[in-house]
Design a protein around this ligand. Structure first.
Ligand code: OFO
Length: 172
């Protein structure tokens, strides 16, 4: 059982995860268009993950007899200044999602809703890992440099990181 307040907060989170999925898909298309295949594959997988995050909340809400609202998703940007600023935006977006998850957790504590609190712990861990992943990509970019001749190496690095993430997901 979830309160009206918590239902609306969970619906906001559905919207946020849905937007993240569309944003990363749009970023993936931009990368593909620029010939950055490694970055495109990484962002496509991230987009699919966000979609899964959204579905997970929908399923939880259905389990507790709340009505999920399937949101109208705002159109994400189509063009990006550079791969470096794009990756920075992903990191910033993940930090925003983390703040939102923590607000949801706080609301559960306030409302003494241990079931939803426990459900959200998966997201708390996921967000910590996502932020760490994005920081590691930004650190790699810092080491490689962000001049035009670095693009090939950045793409290769992100391709390797993506392959590691795929391997990790299949062993889990
Ligand atoms: Fe679901 O927000 Fe990223 O991971």
């Amino acid at each position: 059982m979830v309160s009206e307040n918590l239902t609306s907060a969970l619906n906001k989170q559905i919207e946020m995860e849905g937007y993240a999925s569309f944003l990363y898909l749009s970023m993936s298309c931009w990368c593909e268009h620029k010939g950055l295949k490694g970055c495109a594959a990484f962002l496509r997988r991230q987009s699919e993950e966000e979609n899964m995050h959204m579905l997970k909340i929908i399923d939880y809400m259905l389990d507790v007899d709340a009505i999920p609202v399937i949101p109208q998703v705002n159109q994400p940007p189509v063009r990006f200044d550079s791969i470096v600023s794009l990756m920075h935006s992903v990191y910033e977006h993940e930090k925003k999602v983390t703040r939102s998850i923590h607000q949801l957790v706080d609301l559960c504590t306030k409302e003494d809703n241990s079931d939803t609190f426990n459900f959200l712990q998966w997201y708390v861990i996921e967000q910590r890992e996502e932020e760490a992943l994005m920081r590691s990509i930004l650190d790699k970019i810092k080491l490689i440099g962000d001049g035009p001749q670095s693009l090939y190496y950045i793409d290769k690095e992100v391709e390797t990181i993506n392959a590691q993430q795929v391997a990790k997901a299949t062993t889990n």
